[in-house]
Write a new protein. Structure first.
Length: 213
């Protein structure tokens, strides 16, 4: 019974770890008029050290999520991704992304032991003796108690892997160089590609709020 409860506790603990994330409120230039923005140009994203292709994967995820959010996305001859917002807008923003983490299959070990506290079993038996006269019947009762001392079993360590992706995003006005929005974010999940996509989705969701007010 205790072992089953322990397994359930470990199961919920792993779920919390697998879907862990850290995000603070982004920094926004409150005086900037985002309604005048014509396009957002996504800068080429550098690969995370020793993870070739990670920058392109994150750029593709950002493009995909922008489209999922209803934005018009195009790619010009230089392969830069452009998010089209307002044909009447006067300003253009550049979106830069720095990968701070891009880690796959990080192994974590959780040691545990199973403790059996034992049990106590009590048996009560009752009998009667008669000498032929029902009125003189004698009832006797006996009690037997059995105690199991239990045991402590050292078990193997639980082992699981997790992926982790982190990024710093910046929106800058291309004409003035003014930094108008910045945000840092990381997310941990079970598998690297889905973790990167979730990280991009959460960040694009925050950028979308700048133009939906």
């Amino acid at each position: 019974m205790e072992f089953r409860l322990f397994k359930k506790a470990i199961y919920f603990f792993l779920i919390l770890l697998y879907s862990n994330n850290c995000s603070h409120a982004p920094a926004i230039n409150e005086t900037y008029d985002f309604s005048l923005v014509n396009t957002i140009n996504i800068d080429k994203i550098a690969d995370y050290p020793k993870r070739p292709g990670s920058g392109q994967i994150m750029e593709d995820n950002l493009s995909f999520i922008f489209m999922k959010n209803g934005f018009n996305v195009s790619q010009i001859m230089s392969n830069n991704t452009v998010i089209n917002l307002n044909d009447e807008g006067e300003n253009n923003l550049s979106l830069s992304c720095t990968l701070t983490e891009y880690t796959d299959r990080e192994t974590i070990l959780i040691p545990y032991r199973v403790e059996d506290r034992g049990s106590i079993e009590t048996t009560i038996t009752q009998s009667s003796e008669s000498n032929g006269d029902d009125q003189n019947a004698i009832a006797t009762t006996s009690t037997t108690t059995t105690t199991d001392g239990g045991s402590i079993q050292e078990s193997r360590k639980l082992e699981y892997t997790q992926a982790r992706v982190g990024m710093i995003l910046k929106l800058k006005d291309e004409k003035t160089g003014l930094l108008v929005w910045t945000h840092s974010y990381w997310y941990s999940g079970i598998e690297l590609s889905s973790t990167a996509q979730i990280c991009a989705r959460n960040s694009v969701g925050l950028i979308s709020k700048l133009f939906n007010n």
